[in-house]
Design a binder for this molecule. Structure first.
Ligand code: ADP
Length: 159
C-alpha cells in the first residue's frame, strides 16, 4: 500500500520527520508530496525543499520513502500514483477544523481516498515550519526543532 504525505515542508521539521518515519514503518511505500503552488510565500524554493527533504530521509535511513512535487489537486496526484491513502499530522485541536474540511472535500472528489491522521508526538506538537522560521529570524535556538542540516540551510538564507 502506497501512502501520500502532502505538505509545503518549508522547511521540514523534526515533527514532519517523526510522521514520515512512523508511517514508513506501517506502509510499503510513502510518497512525500511537496506542494508546488502553495498560497504561502515560501522561504525555500521548491527545489530546495525537495533537496532538504531528500537529505533528511537519507539520514533517517528510510528506504521506502520518496519525494515528489505536486501541483493541482491532491486527489489527481493520488490517482496518478495508485494511492488511496493520505496521511496528515494532527498537532492540536486547531489543526482539526482545517484538516476535517480538506479530508471531506478530498473524499467527495475521490470516494476511495481515505485520510488518516497521526497524532504528533507531544514534544513536537507545538512545532511548525513558520514558528521555526520566526525563531531563527531572531537568532533563537532551533536545534530541538530541526536537524543540523536544516539549521544550516536556514542560516544560509539569513546571510
Ligand atoms: P501545510 O502547508 O499543508 O500545512 P506543512 O508542511 O506545514 O504543510 O505540514 C504538512 C503536514 O504535517 C500537515 O499534516 C501538518 O499537520 C503536519 N505537521 C506539521 N508540523 C508537524 C509536527 N510538528 N508534528 C506532526 N505533524 C506536523
Amino acid at each position: 500500500m502506497i501512502v501520500i504525505y502532502p505538505g509545503s515542508f518549508d522547511p521540514v521539521t523534526k515533527g514532519h520527520m517523526d510522521i514520515i518515519e512512523r508511517v514508513s514503518k506501517k506502509f510499503e511505500k510513502v510518497i512525500v508530496a511537496v506542494l508546488v503552488n502553495s498560497e504561502k510565500k515560501t522561504l525555500f524554493t521548491l527545489e530546495e525543499r525537495e533537496k532538504i527533504l531528500e537529505n533528511e530521509i537519507k539520514s533517517y535511513g528510510l528506504s521506502n520513502v520518496e519525494v515528489e512535487r505536486f501541483d493541482g489537486l491532491l486527489v489527481d496526484f493520488a490517482r496518478e500514483h495508485n494511492s488511496n491513502i493520505v496521511v496528515r499530522g494532527l498537532r492540536a485541536i486547531s489543526d482539526y477544523e482545517y484538516e476535517l474540511q480538506i479530508a471531506h472535500i478530498n473524499s467527495d472528489l475521490y470516494n476511495e481516498l481515505e485520510t488518516i491522521f497521526l497524532v504528533a508526538k507531544a514534544e513536537y506538537s507545538y512545532i511548525s515550519s513558520s514558528v521555526v522560521k520566526e525563531i531563527a529570524s531572531y537568532n533563537g535556538d532551533i536545534s530541538s526543532f530541526v536537524s543540523k542540516n536544516v539549521e544550516k540551510e536556514i542560516k544560509k538564507k539569513q546571510d
